[in-house]
Design a protein around this ligand. Structure first.
Ligand SMILES: [Zn+2]
Length: 182
C-alpha cells in the first residue's frame, strides 16, 4: 500500500489553545496561586522559550509561578501540545505503541507519559512531607521514629509483601486527593 504524505498532527496544533485548555482545566474558577491558594494573582509576562506559557505573580505571598508550575508537566521535555495529543489518543483507546507511532516518540517515553496522564493532566507533583507515613512507590518510610531503628524495621517488615499493592493504591489516592491548600 502506497503511503500518502502523512499529516504531522502535532505540527498543526495551536500552542496558545493548548495552554488555554490547560488553564481552564487547572483553574476553572480562575487562576490561583499554587503556593498559598490566593486568587489575587497578576500576569507577569510569558516564558522565555514558550511564548504562550503565562507567568504569574501572587499578590498575597509574592510567589511566582506559571501555567505548569507544580504539575507533572512542568520541566518535561515534551511540548504541551504533545501531552494534549497523547491525552486525546488515550481517549481513542490507542496503545502506547500506536501513540508512539503517531507522535514520533519511543514507546518507553509514551508509556511514562500515559502513566502520568492517568493521574490527571494537571496532577500535582507529590510534595515531600516529613510528617506521618510517607510512601514512595514500594519504599516505606515511617517518620517520627528517630533513634528507634528497630521499631521502624519491625513496622516496615510487618506490612511488607502481600499488601504492598493496597498501600501503593492508597498512596496514589492520597496524592490525587490532597486538598489544594495542602
Ligand atoms: Zn501565593
Amino acid at each position: 500500500m502506497a503511503a500518502p504524505d502523512l499529516v504531522n498532527i502535532s505540527g498543526l496544533m495551536d500552542d496558545a489553545k493548548c495552554f488555554a485548555f490547560m488553564r481552564q482545566h487547572r483553574w476553572p474558577e480562575g487562576v490561583c496561586c499554587p503556593g498559598c491558594g490566593s486568587p489575587a494573582v497578576i500576569r507577569d509576562g510569558c516564558d522565555d522559550t514558550q511564548p504562550h506559557r503565562q507567568r504569574y505573580r501572587c499578590k498575597t505571598c509574592a510567589g511566582r509561578f506559571d501555567d505548569l508550575t507544580g504539575t507533572v508537566l512542568a520541566g518535561h521535555h515534551q511540548p504541551l501540545r504533545v501531552w494534549v495529543l497523547c491525552l486525546y489518543f488515550m481517549g481513542l483507546n490507542l496503545s502506547n505503541r500506536q501513540i508512539a507511532g503517531e507522535l514520533g516518540l519511543v514507546v518507553s517515553d509514551v508509556q511514562a507519559m500515559t502513566e502520568q496522564l492517568r493521574r490527571g493532566l494537571v496532577a500535582k507533583v507529590p510534595a515531600v512531607e516529613l510528617t506521618g507515613e510517607v510512601e514512595i512507590d514500594e519504599v516505606y518510610v515511617v517518620a517520627g521514629h528517630k533513634g528507634q531503628p528497630a521499631a521502624v524495621a519491625k513496622r516496615a517488615g510487618s506490612g511488607a509483601g502481600a499488601s504492598w499493592q493496597a498501600r501503593r493504591a492508597a498512596a496514589r489516592w492520597r496524592r490525587t486527593s490532597r486538598p489544594s491548600s495542602g
